[in-house]
Write a protein that binds this ligand. Sequence first.
Ligand code: HEC
Ligand code: HEC
Ligand code: HEC
Ligand code: HEC
Length: 214
Amino acid sequence: MASNLGKFFKPTILQSKVVIIGVMVILLTWLTAAFALDHRSVFLPGTTSEGHVLFEVSCNSCHEGFKPVTNETCMRCHEAEMAADAHGAKKFRDPRWAELLTKIDVLTCTACHNEHVHMFGRGVHLKPDLCMACHEGIITGDDASHTGFTRDGCWTAGCHNFHDHRSISTGFLRQNIDQLPMLPEPVLLERTVTGELEEAPTPDLGEEFLGSES
Ligand code: HEC
Ligand code: HEC
Ligand code: HEC
Ligand code: HEC
């Protein structure tokens, strides 16, 4: 009985070993060929961001061997844009903000701009409410003009750039570049002002001109 079982299994195990080794050899050959023949996109772990998709096959633009991608790599192409970085190293040298760096490592480009992963827009893979890690107060009462604003609107609504605070959001402008400069029929938005007073107030001239001295 035992020898019968042995006869049944031995060749099957041998066969499956051959198959596994065969598949591995084919895979290895295929991967080596892909590497050697410059079809490196098969090694991409995911979708590349919109801004970089044009040159994604040029892995060397960002990768040097198996080293992690550094800020220097990004700066090779983006130095000019980063010249007036409102959230750059210069700002965070101030010890007042040191603690904030523990929330998001803002000095490392890939903390917010990883690659080949899901992007929320403009090459940013952190959720759009990332500003709240440091600026929650802005919408919860520190700034009356912003109280009640949504958490994710700072840069997605077209108001702020993270890096370049001199201009309004260039990303937003780029996204809407195909919009007409003017509506087909320009209209003035209706203004609805609701007053609380029924009658004009009577001014107290003594108070207005002489202040509290009268
Ligand atoms: C625009 C720059 C850029 C280009 C071009 C690019 N990558 Fe990447 N890649 C990155 C960044 C940034 C990361 C994430 C940071 C890191 O892991 O160092 C990454 C991560 C990876 C990872 C995952 C590494 C890990 O640690 O998880 C692989 C694999 C990879 N890239 C392969 C490729 C291949 C293959 C190509 C070319 C076909 C390529 N990449 C082109 C920027 C780029
Ligand atoms: C804390 C997160 C964070 C870090 C860290 C970060 N960025 Fe950004 N970056 C953003 C956000 C959010 C946007 C989109 C809003 C905008 O356009 O400013 C952006 C936009 C950009 C843009 C597009 C600018 C434009 O006008 O559309 C470039 C280029 C860029 N980042 C490069 C870098 C480089 C280079 C570094 C490293 C020195 C870096 N970023 C570090 C969050 C970050
Ligand atoms: C070989 C040059 C090159 C390198 C290296 C490079 N980029 Fe870019 N990047 C570009 C170009 C070209 C664009 C598209 C034009 C633009 O939006 O400025 C772009 C666009 C972007 C955008 C805007 C995406 C959008 O949709 O608006 C961000 C963010 C960005 N790059 C961040 C980075 C970061 C972070 C690194 C380093 C990991 C990096 N880039 C490395 C050339 C480069
Ligand atoms: C890691 C913390 C951190 C994150 C995340 C962060 N900020 Fe800031 N931000 C700061 C600090 C610190 C200042 C300087 C505050 C000051 O000078 O009082 C600042 C200043 C600003 C300013 C004023 C710029 C100036 O003129 O100096 C704006 C606008 C701003 N941030 C917008 C944003 C937006 C939009 C986001 C998200 C895309 C964001 N911030 C994310 C820390 C952060």
